[in-house]
Write a protein that binds this ligand. Structure first.
Ligand code: NAP
Ligand code: G4F
Length: 336
């Protein structure tokens, strides 16, 4: 049985990747951080399933703690490592740049060093990002497009991208970068724009909220579906040779278009509810991202399955369930 170690297992991608690997018959180990409140909500259904119990293990660790990473590496002896852990919010990275770089850049280096000092044969996946293209020099962006990072987060990801290649070339590590464009799902963090919109729109529809405050509505992103994208991570580690791949849908849409889809689906006009709040603008913005995933299609046989419209609809449906429950609880509370 193959063993996979995942950093960031409690996040959106970590939860889908865990599901995917357990279905493939892997033993999965996930590194979680100590928190004062529960934060395993995205993987509880997997952890509590008796069928998975001998195959899913959670251990404490942190990308800022290299000693712990090295001992976990020798204790677990994984065949594949997926480095998904990160301070992943671009806007927040302007507020906490040092912490972001410590986790997203030096954290990757700590993990790579733990692998190198362990002297075991391991395959390594690095969660690189389309944010590295930043102020894009060409559209669409592919594996040869130069980077122009526009945030502390993106600069940290560029550092990790090159360290991953350096460990491949210097030490012969089977190490791959997946340059993933934005990918969303009902498990997306609630402060990212798509989920913020689906949460607010469904709450507005049920009378639980009046307004939605957003920043730059003209930004364009290449939005795919998270469950589709984690398959590409795994495919990269199953090849004969390590390499780097863009994973994207090839379509780009503005925040306004996402608002049209979600509010339109609920029979609402978003212009009546959305207000602009300058706090949500970034000191430097990435105006447009659109990926070309031809290399992944050709070598990995990977293609996205879920469309932009379908993502908007399935996220809205999932958040409507949450909003309906909230409404029931609120009404019960009012009767007491
Ligand atoms: P996410 O939902 O924000 O999850 C981030 C994960 O990293 C969480 O499990 C978090 O743990 C963990 N983490 C944060 N700081 C850590 C630290 N110091 N040590 C160890 N773990 C830490 O992110 P995601 O959307 O799943 O993205 C997964 C990865 O892909 C990230 O590296 C992200 O930068 C990258 N990426 C994402 C996208 C996208 O569109 N989603 C696109 C390109 C690249 P807690 O639960 O304890 O906070
Ligand atoms: O949803 P976002 O915060 O995602 P962003 O910045 O593109 O980053 C995400 O995708 C990256 C891949 O390209 C990942 F590497 C990264 O970890 C993360 O998952 O913002 C999308 C766009 C931005 O242009 C932002 O300015 O939406 C705009 N926006 C407008 N109003 C807003 C808001 N973003 C957020 N988060 N909140 C707003 O109120």
């Amino acid at each position: 049985m193959k063993k996979a170690l995942i950093t960031g297992i409690t996040g959106q991608d970590g939860s889908y990747l865990t599901e995917f690997l357990l279905k493939k018959g892997y033993e999965v180990w996930g590194i979680i951080r100590r928190s004062s409140s529960f934060h395993t909500g995205r993987i509880d259904h997997l952890y509590q399933d008796p069928h998975n119990q001998p195959k899913l293990h959670l251990v404490y660790g942190d990308l800022t703690d290299g000693t712990n990473l090295a001992s976990l590496m020798s204790e677990i002896a994984p065949d594949e490592i997926y480095n998904l852990g990160a301070q992943s919010h671009v806007r927040v990275s302007f507020d906490i740049p040092i912490y972001t770089v410590n986790t997203d850049a030096l954290g990757t280096l700590r993990l790579l060093e733990a692998i190198r000092s362990g002297k075991r044969k391991v395959k390594f996946y690095q969660a690189s990002s389309s944010e590295m293209f930043g102020k894009v020099v060409e559209t669409p962006q592919n594996e040869t497009t130069p980077f122009y990072p526009r945030s502390p987060y993106a600069c940290a990801k560029v550092y990790s991208f090159w360290q991953t290649i350096n460990y491949r070339e210097a030490y012969g590590l089977f190490a791959c970068n997946g340059i993933l464009f934005n990918h969303e799902s009902p498990r997306r963090g609630e402060t990212f724009v798509t989920r913020k919109i689906t949460r607010a729109a469904t709450r507005i529809k049920l009378g639980l909220q009046d307004k939605l405050y957003l920043g730059n509505l003209d930004a364009k992103r290449d939005w795919g579906f998270a469950a589709d994208f984690v398959e590409a991570m795994w495919l990269m580690l199953q090849q004969d040779k390590p390499d780097d791949f863009v994973i994207a849908t090839g379509q780009t849409h503005s925040v306004k278009e996402f608002l049209d889809e979600v509010f339109g689906y609920l029979g609402l006009d978003w212009k009546k509810y959305v207000e602009i709040d300058k706090r949500y603008f970034r000191p430097a913005e990435v105006d447009i991202l659109q990926g070309n995933a031809d290399k992944a299609a050709k070598i990995l046989g990977w293609k996205p399955k879920v469309t932009f419209k379908e993502i908007a609809k399935l996220m809205t449906d999932a958040d409507m369930d949450i909003a309906e429950n909230e409404k029931i609880i609120k009404e019960k509370g009012n009767k007491k």
